[in-house]
Every structure is written in structure tokens, then in C-alpha cells.
Ligand binder design. Structure first.
Ligand code: URA
Length: 251
């Protein structure tokens, strides 16, 4: 269903200038709607049906919602603004207002972060009842034993009312920590959780006595961090990814 909008708002929302700049373009006769010059900024148009030209160039309607997949680097906070630190918003195109990160990664955590202006989808993805799975790659101090792994999967006490919900833990690599190698050694693992408690992964690893040294989110629901997306880079989600994400939010 298409909606009528003011011509000046349409042009400003399409990134053609501020509201007062586009008003001037309109008043100067630089804008045509369906081949007719229109000089009233308040004129209503239908963005899906009307053809709008600015200085002879076609202006396409911007989609209402935008979705970016960011490879968050360490050292920035998951907020829209901050007095002291860089925020994740420094890494996404700034042309759209109302963008925000869906959920939080700690300042020292890297990896997949969804940035959007779609509040409804964010709400659905974050709702505890939806149980959208998030997978983290992590390096922990010490040797994570099979016993620890099973405890992580079954649920550990992180100081909340209840233990953590069932999770999946896969050991990737254990290094050192044996007789020939002094020191506690370290373990790399993938941990998949369906909750989003504050510092949850770090607290789960603390609960088994193997603190996190490095943490990176590699997937969230159907989204996977692309291998070729460097730290600090972002790209728009594909239509397919948006569709899959919306399905994940509905489950
Ligand atoms: N769990 C954590 O402890 N930190 C994060 O950034 C994400 C999940």
C-alpha cells in the first residue's frame, strides 16, 4: 500500500539535501513530478507511482527500513552515542536517521552486529521468548574439560535466579596446560546461546573457572559473519537475509 508524502520530505528522505535545501530546489523550479514542474514543497506525491526528477535526475524512493551487518571491531561501544568512546554508529553510513544496534556486544567484543531502523524486528529478535541463537567464538584461559563443556551445555549458575538455558559448546582447540608446558594453557571454543543476559558468555566461562580472553560473535539466528567482511566494515543485508531474519523473529 503506497502512502502520499510531501514532496520536500520525499526529497530530503531520499538524501537529496536538508528539508530547507530541497525546498529551495523546488521553489527554483528544479523539480518535476510526472514531467510537470512543481513549485510547492507541500505538494503530495505517491513515491511508488509518481516519477520525480531533481535537476533532470530520477529520484527513487528510499526503503523505509535499512539493515546493515557490521563486523564490530573491539574498542567501540554498542550505543548510538557516547561521551567518551567511539560507537558502532561510526562504522555505518550516516545518511539515515533512526539507526541503532540490535542488542549489545561489549566494548572488547568483536563480530557480527545488526544495525537497523526497524524497531519491530529488533524487538522480536531480542525478545527472550524467541530464543534466537547467537554463536560466539572464544578463547578462554585454561583447559576447558569435557566436564566443563557439558556444564556449559546443561546450564551454569551465573548469579541469576535460574541457571543459564541449555546451550551448545564445541571445543575447537586446546593448547598447553600440560606437564611439558607451564601455565594454564588455553582453549578455543564455539558457544551457542539463546539468551542475552549482560556479559553472559563471560559469566558462563567464569562459572567454569576459564575466563574469556577473546570474544567474537560469529552468528545470530540465520546471519553469519562473512569471512571477507573486515573489522570495521559493514554491508547491507541481502533481501534473502532480511526475509530469513524476519522469520527467525517470528518463531
Ligand atoms: N556475552 C558477553 O559476555 N559479552 C558480549 O559482548 C556478548 C555476549
Amino acid at each position: 500500500m503506497s502512502k502520499a508524502v510531501r514532496l520536500d520530505k520525499f526529497l530530503a528522505d531520499s538524501g537529496r539535501g536538508t528539508r530547507s535545501e530541497v525546498k529551495k530546489y523546488i521553489q527554483k523550479g528544479l523539480v518535476q513530478v510526472n514531467d510537470m514542474t512543481v513549485k510547492k514543497p507541500e505538494q503530495k506525491i505517491d513515491p511508488e507511482r509518481d516519477s520525480v526528477l531533481l535537476k533532470g535526475e530520477r529520484v527513487e524512493a528510499e526503503p523505509e527500513f535499512v539493515y546493515y551487518l557490521l563486523h564490530k571491531p573491539a574498542g567501540c561501544v554498542s550505543a548510538t552515542e557516547d561521551r567518551n568512546d567511539r560507537t558502532v554508529m561510526d562504522y555505518v553510513p550516516s545518511g539515515r536517521r533512526g539507526l541503532f544496534p540490535v542488542g549489545r556486544l561489549d566494548k572488547d567484543t568483536e563480530g557480527l552486529l545488526l544495525i537497523t531502523n526497524d524497531g519491530m524486528l529488533a524487538h522480536e529478535l531480542l525478545a527472550p521468548a524467541r530464543h534466537v541463537e547467537k554463536t560466539y567464538f572464544l578463547r578462554a584461559e585454561g583447559i576447558v574439560t569435557e566436564d566443563d563443556r557439558i556444564r556449559l551445555e546443561q546450564g551454569v549458575d551465573i548469579g541469576e535466579e535460574k541457571p543459564t538455558l541449555p546451550a551448545r559448546a564445541e571445543i575447537l582447540k586446546r593448547t598447553g596446560g600440560d606437564g611439558g608446558d607451564p601455565g594454564p594453557g588455553c582453549t578455543e571454543l564455539l558457544l551457542s546461546i539463546c539468551e542475552g543476559k549482560f556479559h553472559q558468555v563471560k559469566r558462563m566461562m567464569e562459572a567454569v573457572g576459564k575466563p574469556v580472553i577473546y570474544l567474537k560473535r560469529v552468528s545470530m539466528g540465520p546471519l553469519t559473519l562473512p569471512e571477507d567482511l573486515k573489522k570495521g566494515e559493514c554491508r547491507p543485508l541481502t533481501e534473502q537475509e532480511v526475509t530469513e531474519l524476519k522469520q527467525a523473529g517470528k518463531k
